[in-house]
Write a protein that binds this ligand. Structure first.
Ligand SMILES: [Zn+2]
Length: 290
């Protein structure tokens, strides 16, 4: 090759390198920035179907929820949040709109709260097992279908898991089906009983109560192949017989609607929870976590 051709070739290669470098770097930087800046404004569409796009970025940057600092049970108590339907139900505060729910979960994530499994919560209460700092238990009553289609994608995206209390006779249309409940259980969520028929336990005979507790537990075991640790009282109602039946049937934790946080000294068969209502302003939600 003569010197002139060699020079031209060198110049061409250099130009190509410069073009490739100048093109590539800005592209990468913009892509990263785009993801970070877009995150807080992410609409519901990508959240609702997080697995549909394998190229989508991880939920939130700098997620250090995977390696929490372990700690003893906090003296100020552990908040157990109580949700029902994640939807807009006009005139009914049991429905928490998706937008409100998303803001609450994302805020908890930003504040570095760690969601517990029911088993972790139980071990912390019964055996004083260490739990992550800033622990929280997220519970959903009744088994609404939107728990699976709307709540779970948001929880999952924020690295959270939850406990779902199922009314076994209501599984099916309008509510979660067994496949959906099974899918939740297989992804690290906990499932508990909310009885068979969602009746007021305080008004049932001992035998009727026992049926509600034992049949629902057996149904969950049969369909999900899990160990059922917890019972959630329909409408928070129970009587003196209920805790006795719980221990007879192998339930370790009972959840009420009495307001407050759970402390280490509490009676495990009547645990308090914090109700989250539809329409609650984010500032009021934040005040629950001083
Ligand atoms: Zn209920």
């Amino acid at each position: 090759m003569n010197p002139k051709r060699s020079l031209i070739l060198t110049v061409c290669v250099t130009i190509l390198i410069i073009i490739s470098v100048t093109l590539k770097w800005p592209l990468n930087i913009d892509f990263g920035r785009h993801n970070q800046e877009a995150k807080p404004n992410v609409a519901i569409t990508p959240i609702l179907n997080p697995t549909s796009n394998p190229a989508s970025p991880p939920p939130l940057p700098s997620n250090n929820l995977n390696e929490p600092k372990m700690s003893k049970f906090p003296e100020e108590g552990v908040p157990v949040l109580m949700y029902h339907s994640i939807s807009t139900i006009p005139g009914n505060s049991l429905g928490v709109p998706v937008k409100q729910f998303t803001e609450e979960i994302e805020w908890l994530h930003q504040q570095n709260y760690h969601s517990l499994s029911l088993e972790e919560f139980n071990q912390a209460l019964t055996n004083k097992a260490p739990i992550p700092e800033k622990p929280i238990l997220l519970t959903f009553d009744d088994g609404y279908e939107d728990n699976y289609s709307s709540a779970w994608p948001i929880l999952h995206q924020n690295g959270y898991r939850a406990t779902f209390f199922i009314v076994t006779n209501s599984v099916g249309p309008g509510m979660m089906n067994w496949d959906q409940i099974n899918d939740l259980a297989s992804q690290g969520n906990s499932i508990g009983s909310h009885t068979v028929h969602h009746l007021d336990l305080s008004k049932l005979s001992s035998k009727q109560q026992e049926n509600e507790l034992s049949i629902s537990k057996q149904e969950l075991v049969n369909h999900l192949d899990i160990s059922v640790q917890a019972l959630c009282f329909p409408s928070g109602r129970y009587n003196k017989t209920t805790p006795k039946l719980m221990s007879k049937l192998g339930y370790k934790l009972g959840f009420t609607t009495h307001p407050g946080k759970v402390h280490l000294s509490d009676d495990l068969s009547t645990l308090k929870r914090i109700r989250i209502s539809g329409g609650m302003p984010l500032a009021s939600f934040q005040k629950l976590f001083p």
